[in-house]
Ligand binder design. Structure first.
Ligand SMILES: [Ca+2]
Ligand SMILES: [Ca+2]
Length: 417
């Protein structure tokens, strides 16, 4: 659509929420009264945003005639800045080199303190005398409100690394947008992204450069078209990291996310506290004296099975869950080579080395019974085949095992709260 998107505010400082939103074909206004029924006659401000499409290569000069304050950015450069109350005044930019066929972001900000409100936006370029910028030189943009949700997962923090997001829709692809700031554990951060109308969003790509922190567990990205109210949810539920200590089978610094249904496994809700009881009647997990969350071996275990450890479903991605024991340690683990546990015994995460990355797919839903399969394809629980001592339900090792993993064990979900 030709023109610039105008966000009108009932204050002089462009503070949201806006009182009016419309596409203005050209910027050439002189208002003695209010610019729109919902906007103040005095003490209002406007931000116009869009893309500029130069008709020829050359040096362009921009000018404004305003009452009161005005600021103009072209190609993200502030080229006119007279943010003061004043009577009608002309401001002229330095020449800006632009190329035909390219699209440049343009933002014009304006406020009227009192009295007459005047704002004109002109340009001139070789072979073209100064005139109002015509509507066909503008492409109106949309404002996409982006919410980035970082998982409430230990060790996930992204601070100091640069994050970038690209939106991909049926009508086009946005620029790659820099998302400034840090992404602490469990945080929700909002960003405004301007782009031409992208149509129905089909995917987003999000990445960071690991220039400082790298361990980022991204829960999801939510994108909302503020004009239409349409919202897309892009579930991630994965690490974005290059840290070899993270037991995520596909460590990546960037991920393409598609609008998923974030449907939850039947009977499990994010944040729900559950107990897991193996179908041989023994509990899956307990806390031992070493302060490790351990998965209990079952019948033949020489460890005391303490059914007092419960698990919180900390994230959901499709039918995947992560389970966090109520002692704060994750069930999922990284095998500690120095462990005193034989590798075929119970496995679990050690506190300091827990990488909390393992997720479990609930592969069997039978009433309230589930089987848990780790994302690396090894089953969390299986039936031990070798030997007499361990021919019971055990928790599979997650990385490698000399035993066949058999996803026979099921677990009853006891909802604690
Ligand atoms: Ca006025
Ligand atoms: Ca005025």
């Amino acid at each position: 659509m030709s023109g610039l998107k105008g966000y009108y505010f009932n204050n002089t400082t462009l503070q949201k929420p806006s009182a009016h939103l419309r596409t203005d074909p050209q910027i050439g206004f002189s208002w003695l009264k209010e610019p729109a029924p919902t906007v103040n006659p005095d003490g209002f401000s406007v931000r116009w945003k869009g893309m500029l499409n130069p008709p020829v290569d050359g040096e362009y000069t921009f000018s404004t005639y305003s009452d009161d304050g005005v600021r103009l950015w072209v190609d993200d450069q502030l080229i006119i800045d007279n943010w003061t109350p004043h009577s009608p005044t002309t401001n002229v930019s330095k020449p800006v080199k632009l190329f035909e066929g390219a699209k440049y972001p343009i933002t014009l900000e304006f406020y009227d303190q009192e009295g007459r409100a005047v704002i004109d936006l002109f340009w001139s370029y070789p072979g073209y005398d100064e005139d109002l910028i015509p509507s066909e030189a503008f492409t109106a943009t949309k404002n996409y409100k982006v919410t980035v949700v970082t998982g409430n997962i230990d060790y996930s923090i992204l601070d100091g690394s640069n994050v970038y997001l690209t939106l991909n829709g049926t009508l086009g692809v946005s620029a790659e947008n820099y998302l400034e700031g840090s992404f602490p554990t469990g945080s929700k951060r909002d960003f405004d992204i301007d782009s031409t109308d992208l149509g129905n969003l089909e995917s987003v790509h999000i990445r960071h450069d690991a220039s400082k922190d790298t361990d980022w567990f991204l829960d999801k990205v939510i994108v909302k078209d503020e004009e239409t109210g349409q919202e897309w949810v892009f579930s991630c539920g994965k690490w974005i990291t290059n840290n070899p200590a993270i037991t995520d089978p596909d460590k990546k610094l960037g991920r393409t996310l598609r609008p998923g249904d974030s449907s939850e496994p039947k009977g499990l809700r994010n944040g729900q506290i559950i107990g897991l009881k193996a179908d041989n009647g023994v509990y899956l997990a307990r806390t031992n004296s070493l302060k490790q969350a351990v998965v209990a071996r079952v019948a033949a275990a020489n460890l005391i099975n303490d059914p007092s450890t419960h698990f919180e479903v900390v994230k959901l991605d499709g039918n995947k869950v992560a389970l966090k024991a109520d002692n704060g340690l994750f069930v999922a683990y990284e095998e500690d080579q120095a462990s005193t546990f034989p590798p075929y015994r119970s496995v679990v995460a050690k506190a300091s080395k827990v990488t909390q990355a393992a997720q479990f797919e609930a592969i069997v839903l039978d009433g309230n019974k589930i089987a848990l399969k780790a994302v690396n394809e090894y089953y969390l629980a299986r039936t031990e085949k070798k030997g007499n001592e361990f021919n019971d339900v055990v928790v599979a090792r997650v990385r490698e095992s000399s035993y066949a993993n058999e996803p026979k064990a099921q677990f009853e979900v006891t909802v604690i709260k």
